[in-house]
Design a protein around this ligand. Structure first.
Ligand SMILES: Cc1cc2nc3c(=O)[nH]c(=O)nc-3n(C[C@H](O)[C@H](O)[C@H](O)COP(=O)(O)OP(=O)(O)OC[C@H]3O[C@@H](n4cnc5c(N)ncnc54)[C@H](O)[C@@H]3O)c2cc1C
Length: 400
């Protein structure tokens, strides 16, 4: 238990070599966060990943992937996380990966042919459009975007923001209220596929985040749905099942994120140790001779180790019990590993001094991009509150 299976060990070896030889050398193309400049190089790396038979490790073989279980994929996701470009180069970047899983599980044959097939091949990109600027995203049952039935269509009206990767996406999966009268607020919304060339889909702007405007797959967009009309057949799953599907999507998604963060932490710790061993703070005295730096290294190693064990255990639980059965484990890793990520990055940057703030290492990139880890897919507090309430229920206290 918690060791890589032979399948995972083999995949990790192949992916590690690929990341070292083909992906890490592309990191300088990212300097200053210029994804547009990096993209042509990344497309070539994607071709090489396909040729090497390591494309889309999480996807079933019949869809062109490696067919790994969630548990096995967790190990691969860590390897890919060691570079900011890893997941994109193997076709498993968010939000596409979650959207593929949704289409696979709940898309009609027609939706699979039109959207899933090109998405799995990396020919198109997609986005997931749930959060709204006017409503608290941490309590998404308050959605106001509506999808009203007109004949055999839905007509969608509302405003979303932080629709990541909308810039250049071919379609969005939109969470919209279809059943406002449903008694349970969790039964009011549905997930609907909206091609971005639908009249009424309007990308208002790319939202700058932590000093970077973002473009293409690294963008976060505000999107206005102005009477966007799509067939009801574009709905995923039954009407009103939007939240159930979102929960299903976010379980494995949190494993992907957390293992990617552990990859980030491993690389940051490696950089910190190299710097500690080589940077002379006085003649003959490298930085690593100082106890405070030794504390940073020991604490980081311990926190990473604990994180990995927790995430692998959660992946195993999802494989066995599904996302709902494993919701405690999923909640715990989401806030715990996001916190470890911030700690380890902060220590690594501190150990590098001014160099840590430059784009000469990936640390500053991650610092800008990964502060969001404590907010997206549910802020820390929401996961903690939900976990505590489930625990308290066992003591007869039902907090609502
Ligand atoms: C980089 C990034 C990418 C994203 N990508 C997407 C995407 O692709 N698609 C999409 O739909 N959304 C996306 N989001 C949005 C994300 O899901 C929301 O930001 C998140 O759900 C929080 O919602 P909010 O920002 O409205 O914060 P709010 O709901 O306004 O909450 C603000 C703060 O209040 C606190 N808080 C909230 N609830 C509680 C509580 N019960 N108890 C105690 N404290 C609480 C938390 O500290 C929280 O951070 C993205 C966000 C980021 C930052």
């Amino acid at each position: 238990m918690l060791e890589p299976t032979p399948t995972a060990a083999d995949a990790v070896t192949r992916v590690r070599e690929f990341v070292r030889d083909e992906v890490m050398p592309l990191e300088p193309k990212l300097a200053g966060g210029s994804f547009r400049d990096a993209l042509p190089h990344l497309e070539k790396a994607r071709e090489r990943a396909r040729a090497a038979g390591i494309w889309a490790p999480f996807l079933p073989r019949e869809h062109g992937g490696m067919g790994l279980s969630l548990y096995d994929y967790a190990f691969v996701s860590e390897e890919l996380g060691r570079t900011p470009l890893g997941h994109y180069c193997l076709g498993c970047q968010a939000p596409d990966v979650g959207n593929m899983e949704l289409l696979l599980a709940h898309g009609s044959d027609a939706l699979k042919k039109r959207f899933l097939e090109p998405l799995t091949k990396g020919r198109i990109r997609s986005c997931f459009s749930m959060t709204e600027p006017d409503n608290a995203g941490s309590n998404p049952v308050q959605l106001t975007t509506r999808a009203e039935k007109q004949g055999s269509d839905y007509v969608i009206t509302g405003r979303k923001w932080f629709t990541s990767s909308a810039d250049g996406a071919a379609f969005a999966i939109v969470m919209a209220v279809t059943n406002p009268e449903a008694e349970s607020p969790y039964a009011r919304a549905s997930q609907i596929v909206v091609p971005t060339d639908t009249p009424g889909f309007r990308l208002v702007r790319n939202i700058g985040v932590m000093g970077e405007a973002g473009s293409d797959w690294a963008s976060h967009a505000e999107v206005q749905y102005e009477g966007a009309r799509v067939p009801q057949d574009n709905r995923l799953g039954p009407e009103g099942a939007g939240f159930m599907l979102a929960q299903e999507r976010l379980g494995p998604g949190r494993i992907h994120h957390c293992m990617r963060w552990i990859g980030v932490c491993e690389r940051a710790l490696d950089l910190m140790c190299k710097r500690a061993a080589s940077r002379m703070i006085s003649p003959g005295k490298p930085l690593g001779t100082r106890q405070v730096v030794q504390m940073w290294i020991a604490e980081s190693r311990t926190e990473i180790h604990a994180s990995r064990l927790m995430v692998l255990s959660a992946a195993h639980a999802i494989d066995q019990k599904g996302s709902h059965g494993a919701r405690d484990e999923i909640g715990m890793i989401k806030f715990f590993v996001a916190g470890v990520l911030q700690n380890v990055l902060d220590r690594a940057i501190q150990a590098h001094g001014a160099l840590g703030l430059t784009d000469e290492t990936p640390l500053a990139f991650w610092w800008r991009h990964e502060r969001a880890a404590r907010i997206y897919d549910g802020p820390d507090e929401v996961h903690k509150v939900a976990l505590a309430r489930r625990i308290l229920r066992g003591y007869g206290l039902d907090v609502r």
